[in-house]
Design a protein around this ligand. Structure first.
Ligand code: ZN
Ligand code: ZN
Length: 167
């Protein structure tokens, strides 16, 4: 989706709201395709005393697999966009959050999907204190106790042999 800002570009005080959905279900992120649901984008461009300001929220529910316990879970992912828009850069040392328009247009879908993908976490955990799976028996330690046989310390084994001996 492209926004045509022609109508507000020279009209201080005007706002141009927008809202649309994106389908990012084919996008691979760290060799997964976690964006199973539509991504909602909503926001507005506002002409503040001649300066164009873009504010938007990009949000969806991700279906993820925990890196530690391998459980699938659903988590809301929200990215906030906050930029200034300009038709040309006035000085060399431009601020980082200024976006250049193509003429009077902005490809908001491109901006929203790129920002969303770049903001994805490298690590996926169902919760910060996920206990993960036991290396020995493989149970999910968040849900059940470890089934591994307790290893008997050889010193205790010797002692218990002594104690078991009939007097
Ligand atoms: Zn987990
Ligand atoms: Zn175990």
């Amino acid at each position: 989706m492209r926004l045509n800002l022609q109508t507000i570009i020279h009209s201080p005080g005007m706002t141009l709201p927008f809202a649309f959905q994106m389908d990012l279900s084919d996008v691979e992120i760290y060799s997964e395709k976690p964006v199973t649901n539509p991504v909602e984008v909503s926001g507005e461009v506002r002409n503040l005393a001649g300066v164009l300001e873009l504010k938007a929220v990009v949000v969806t529910d991700l279906d993820l697999v925990c890196d530690r316990c391998l459980k699938t879970f659903r988590k809301e992912k929200k990215v906030v966009l906050d930029y200034l828009l300009a038709q040309e850069l006035q000085d060399e040392e431009a601020e980082e959050n200024i976006l250049l328009l193509e003429g009077s247009e902005l490809d908001i879908e491109e901006l929203a999907s790129t920002s969303f993908i770049l903001d994805m976490d490298t690590k996926t955990l169902c919760s910060e204190d996920c206990e993960g799976l036991c290396d020995g028996c493989g149970v999910n330690l968040n849900e059940e106790a470890c089934r591994c046989q307790p290893e008997v310390d050889p010193r205790w084994a010797a002692l218990s042999q002594l104690l078991d001996k009939p007097e």
